[in-house]
Design a binder for this molecule. Structure first.
Ligand code: ZN
Length: 152
């Protein structure tokens, strides 16, 4: 289990580096530790900067399905806007209303080093948007009251 970094630690705002070797033992171990940490708490996802690693890597688990997103790139953000209370391990006990588009299309690399395209909607799309925000140094408090981003 890894310690989670909380706001306003500057690590959460630092630039995250692309993962150069997604199948390395270090990344494999990191993913496994992150998954263990995520599962020890009540949440949907965890991004590497939240455990002190400034790398473009995050994991999401929704409906017992785990997604490993290495170097994710959002290709589309679309659909109607949905506002929901969102929490974050880096803001313990805080829940804030965040408006996001319902659908996402992205490309990422999985833990086996395979590049994949993914379409998601609803809660899964929201969780992915939240974690990718972390990889860009964007936090819950930045999104409150903000117009959602659309990518067509
Ligand atoms: Zn978060």
């Amino acid at each position: 289990m890894l310690d989670i970094i909380t706001y306003p630690n500057p690590i959460l705002r630092k630039k995250n580096k692309l993962v150069t070797d997604p199948t390395s033992p270090e990344i494999k171990q990191l993913v496994s530790n992150m998954l263990e940490t995520l599962r020890s708490q009540d949440g949907l996802g965890l991004a590497a900067p939240q455990i002190g690693k400034n790398l473009c890597l995050c994991i999401v688990e929704v409906d017992n399905e785990v997604f490993v997103l290495i170097n994710p790139e959002i290709k589309k953000l679309y659909g109607d806007f949905v506002t929901m209370e969102e929490g974050c391990f880096s803001f313990p006990g805080k829940f804030l209303p965040i408006t996001r588009p319902r659908n996402i299309k992205l490309m990422a690399i999985d833990e086996a080093g395979r590049k994949y395209t993914m379409h998601a909607k609803g809660l899964l799309a929201r969780a992915i948007q939240h974690e990718i925000d972390h990889l860009n140094g964007i936090l819950l408090v930045d999104r409150v009251g903000q117009q959602p981003t659309i990518i067509k």
